[in-house]
Design a protein around this ligand. Sequence first.
Ligand code: ATP
Ligand code: MG
Length: 419
Amino acid sequence: MSSKIQGVRGMNDLVPEDIGTWHIVEAALRKIGWQYGYQEIRTPMLEKTALFKQSIGDQTDIVEKEMYTFTDSGEESLSLRPEATASTVRACIQHGLLYNTRQRLWYLGPMFRRERPQKGRFRQFHQFGIEAFGWPGPDIDSEIIRVGERIWRDLGVEGISLQINTLGSDSSRADYRNSLKNYFLDFIDQLDEDSVRRLERNPLRILDSKVKETIRIVGGAPSILDSLGDDERRHFDGICDSLDASGIQFSINPKLVRGLDYYTSTVFEWVTDQLGAQSAVCAGGRYDALVANRGGKDTPAIGFAMGVERLIELVNIQGKHKIDEQNLIYMIDTNNDISESAMLAESLRNAGYRVISHFGGGKMKSQIKKADQSGATVAIIVGESEKQLGVVQIKKLRENTPQSEVPVGQLVGWCKQNI
Ligand code: ATP
Ligand code: MG
């Protein structure tokens, strides 16, 4: 006997009961992208593995441990995308989207990381992200942050706070890397294995460690803010001033580095204490060197990626958005031949209504019960005598009023007046 095959661990089905909140959140995200003049880009789930290795960095957790990689036809190494910035940059270069023009883009879709599944951490999860290509100044940094803030506001989500930092320029980061290396060398016996390995080439990675003992050591590490040059300081101050002017509260966290190597200059994270261990809802920053490194023209760029499951969990916890079933019509026909009411339902849909037809008979009482459970506003009932007389009975399901009898030809008009 064959056994039931379950879904893959860490990859979730979204059943109809869950989907309502997704629709609300997805619609809000699309609308906000549109309001700020960002346009959607869709890229494939699969890319060449080299794209992620070269963009995200081959000493990052994502590339070292978390990618789903396979060899296609024994030749080419492909990976399911663990994030979408690398693909967006590839697509922009490939299609000349940055040629003599700037771009504001957004995306929404599934990402794949082979992490240990737990609350708020999955192997297939969704990110909404925005990317702005071509603006060097701090104005766009603060716009990107304001987009995040508007998402919380429009969805009525509270209790998300903003942390920002800068990774400086190539030269200040090189200085900082040296002072970090010197600092961590004193603790080399106490660092975790990954951190020791990263000490030589990528000591900034250590600041992002999730290992408890390492986090303690990171607490005493020098701050990048002490290594900044004048221009970088001015850019960072520009963002802080603009956020102050917008009334957006933030804290500066000089240890914030992010888990991807392509970041330069500004980095930020929106965090909450309402999701247990998984506190980051949205994270981003500048990646001014990535477009050129991938073979494009030198183009400053900045973006963020938001964990949609974590955002939806917050929307559910704070419970402000109820699914609206208003204007749903439930059509009941107790006759054997229901073709006339099927056509009637079509004419209502032509007029823009949402209509669920009851098929398959059953007692009138149980049909009315189903209509009620559907959340519909009204039930339209066609029994044998109604069919003969060319009328329908209409029952308002959310009001205690008598049924109305309406001639079939006047049904759409009645709905326009009453629903
Ligand atoms: P974390 O520190 O939680 O692992 P990260 O730094 O790896 O996050 P990013 O790569 O910056 O995360 O992705 C941006 C956002 O995507 C995160 O802030 C989070 O909300 C979400 N996210 C990342 N990984 C997962 C996952 N495995 N499951 C669900 N959401 C995730
Ligand atoms: Mg991670």
